[in-house]
Write a protein that binds this ligand. Structure first.
Ligand SMILES: O=P(O)(O)OC[C@@H](O)[C@H]1O[C@@H](OP(=O)(O)O)[C@@H](O)[C@@H](O)[C@@H]1O
Ligand SMILES: [Mg+2]
Ligand SMILES: [Zn+2]
Length: 175
């Protein structure tokens, strides 16, 4: 199975230091929806693993998060593709959960969902925690320069990290 796992904010859609709190604030990065559609049409299963501490912080309800993910699925379907399993961590940084990146709990949940190993699976993110989560389960850390990616790169990334300009460039490399 060709499995690709994506971080959400800063990879699929624009991110904000003020969090993405409404459906109207959830805006796809140009080329990302098309990239996911092209990947899925080329036989890739595209899953998502996203920290959403905004729920624990009371910035937005789960219904808003669900609406964002329904919008994502709708947009990708409009390009003939589909989005796979979406996993999110609704917890705050102080709750000590097992799913908040840099912990690999969400990656493990996706592997469990599809009954596949994570070794070498590309996990595409824009933050250091994404890269650390990948390394924790022997997945391949992949950084995109969108979202917080440029800053993450400046601060130093693990040596085997693959770096791309954006998700569209990742798709071109895989298809
Ligand atoms: O990039 P993913 O994992 O899809 O989602 C990140 C978001 O949940 C938010 O994560 C927050 O970090 P804290 O959760 O407050 O540490 C901040 O970085 C926000 O800017 C960002 O929008
Ligand atoms: Mg991100
Ligand atoms: Zn969690």
């Amino acid at each position: 199975m060709k499995l690709l796992i994506l971080d959400r904010d800063g990879v699929i859609n624009f991110d904000s230091d003020a969090y993405i709190k409404t459906l109207e604030e959830w805006l796809p990065i140009p080329g990302s929806v098309e990239a996911i559609a092209q990947l899925s049409k080329a036989g890739w299963t595209v899953a998502v693993a996203t920290n959403q501490s905004g729920i624990a912080r009371g910035y937005y309800p789960q219904a808003t998060l669900d609406a964002m993910h329904a919008r994502l699925r709708e947009l990708v379907a409009g390009h003939g593709g589909e989005v796979g399993h979406i996993v999110y961590c609704p917890h705050g940084p102080d709750e000590g959960c097992a799913c908040r990146k840099p912990k690999p709990g969400m990656l493990l949940a996706i592997a469990e969902h599809y009954q596949v190993p994570l070794a070498g699976v590309w996990f595409v993110g824009d933050s250091k925690g994404d890269l650390q989560a990948a390394l924790a389960v022997d997945a391949q850390p992949v950084l995109v320069k969108t979202g917080k990616g440029e800053k993450t790169l400046e601060n130093g990334v693990p040596e085997n990290t693959l770096v791309f300009d954006d998700l569209a460039a990742v798709a071109r490399a895989l298809i």
